[in-house]
Design a protein around this ligand. Sequence first.
Ligand code: ATP
Ligand code: MG
Length: 526
Amino acid sequence: MISYQLRQREYLLQISRAMTSRLDLPSLLRLILTSAADLVSAEAGLIALRRGQAPTLSIQASYGIPVGLLPRFAPLLTDFPVQAEQYALPDLQARLNLVAHTIRLPLRQVVALPLITQERLLGVIYLFRGGSTAFSANDENVLASFADQAAIAVRNAQLYQQVSSEKRQLDAIIEHSADGVMILDPELRIQVFNRALSQLTGWPAEQAIGRPCYQVLALENVTGRNLCGVEPGMIDFPAGAPVTAEGRLTRPGGSRIELSLTFSPLFDDEGRLVNVIANVVDITRFREAEEMKSTFVSVISHELKTPVALIKGYASTLAREDARWDQATVSEGLQVIGEESDRLNALINNLLDASRIQAGAFTLERGDVALPRLAASVVEGFRSQTDKHSFVLDFPPEFPPVFGDEERLRQVLNNLVSNAIKYAPQGGEIRVGGWSGEQQATVYVADQGIGIPAGEQGKLFQRFYRVDSSLRRSTQGAGLGLYLCRSIVEAHGGRIWLRSEPGKGTTVLLTLPVTDQTVSTQRVPR
Ligand code: ATP
Ligand code: MG
């Protein structure tokens, strides 16, 4: 008997070691159940755990009972008090008899061991025997100390499970966050680098992780406090609050973006810095919008001031009561006033159009437009304004009508021809022509002017963009003309582009859809 008990103790020690090293809950529960059954030669058993504060337990592991029969054990699992010390099931045996009767299994003896830690009932281990031998006092003693060990192991595994599922959730949140997120160690080396940040910076996570943050986020033009740029020993968070910085990043491919970074510290209980968490947001568009706003203000104020000053100057000169002006001076003054008012009016209209396009409220009234006639009329309007330039119209005789808004297309040609004049100050030939295909017509305006450097050509269709040259300062313009041209042509379903060679000249080309003769009768005429 003694040696049996000794063996039992030894076995108990062995399994409690095995239990504490196991963190995977299902396999731990299986180990507990088979060991407990083994300890007291039980033929079957169950472990049921409590979920939250519910008074009903749910079966998590079974031994010696067909799985299909498990739901029938429900009577054993109900009416548990929330407080662990009140745990007791005085009618346990009666409940078992009921269950055994309905499932026709020869289970006669039952013992129930509460799993209690920190005064909380985690669950219950049930062990069953089929024969007539009841569980002895010694069995119950051995099982009671076993249950204490098992309860600790179960609690550990539950906590581990909870922590790892919370970590998985957190990892998923970070990984799928729309903003760039990275976690740095106290040495400012990257530990976590999420997907959005990879896309933003062009660095694959596996290459960024482990590197010092200043290598990956090598910012230029920094404002604020860029922690990536400081020595690890110099990191400080005044009053523990996050610090922010903005700067420009050149990505591996060479493109540039503007980033805003917020660094938040994570301290341990002793106040030591454990991690720095950095949120990274792409503010390129915001910066562009800011720049656009300041360009807008400077361009527009300049463009408005010039004609207003001229109008004001001529008007006050002509209004002087102490002077008598001859007719020629008066009409020259009035002509300037008239021209400058037209210029102001055109600028205001361009601004209104640009803001309509921005607001998406730009509509076309389309009909059949004869481009050769329209081009001739535009050119006629400019002939009187220059004697340095000669104009050539170059359309084939059979040029089909395009399906477009005539006034808008006049605006396009007006701007292109006005550019051709403005940016060819030495004069030369200005050629307006085109050709047509089955579906679309191509129109061009070519000059022999100063041309456009290759690096600038892509930017001219942006709002307010003007090439920085001496000519820019001496010619008037808000940088809206080509932007409006592009918007109008694209609203027609066409495309606009240019070819240019500095010093030789520029050709702007655009395409427009040709009116489909088979359906044109159905269209509302202008
Ligand atoms: P706005 O048309 O609003 O009066 P703008 O003529 O300066 O002003 P855009 O027509 O949009 O503006 O042209 C933008 C810039 O592109 C010009 O400032 C100029 O630098 C350049 N550009 C346009 N057309 C030509 C051209 N034919 N030759 C050389 N440079 C050109
Ligand atoms: Mg222009």
